[in-house]
Design a protein around this ligand. Structure first.
Ligand SMILES: [Zn+2]
Length: 92
């Protein structure tokens, strides 16, 4: 089966993780590929998924999730993941 569905939360979390990790607040945290991937995975396990099947839906949901009020609680869970991975990094 062709994969015609995407989780918009996944896209948003990927960009928020990069944005947060490179902000001054997190300058002491590791930014390697492994840690970034782990942060995204931990965050997504604690966030609701939002699957869409059309490009139009993708844009609507992205804008909705990316609103200030939604970014607040989404960022909170990402920040918990950053601290968790920072405490128990799995990189070599
Ligand atoms: Zn690392």
């Amino acid at each position: 089966m062709e994969r015609n569905y995407i989780n918009v939360m996944e896209e948003l979390v990927e960009s928020l993780v990069t944005f947060l990790l490179f902000s001054p607040d997190f300058q002491l945290f590791c930014k390697c590929q492994k840690c970034r991937t782990d942060i995204v995975a931990y965050s997504l396990n604690n966030l609701p998924h939002h699957y869409v099947t059309t490009e139009e839906g993708r844009k609507d949901i992205f804008d909705h999730l990316n609103s200030e009020v939604n970014r607040k609680w989404i960022n909170k869970r990402i920040i918990s993941a950053i601290y968790l991975v920072g405490q128990y990094p799995k990189h070599s």
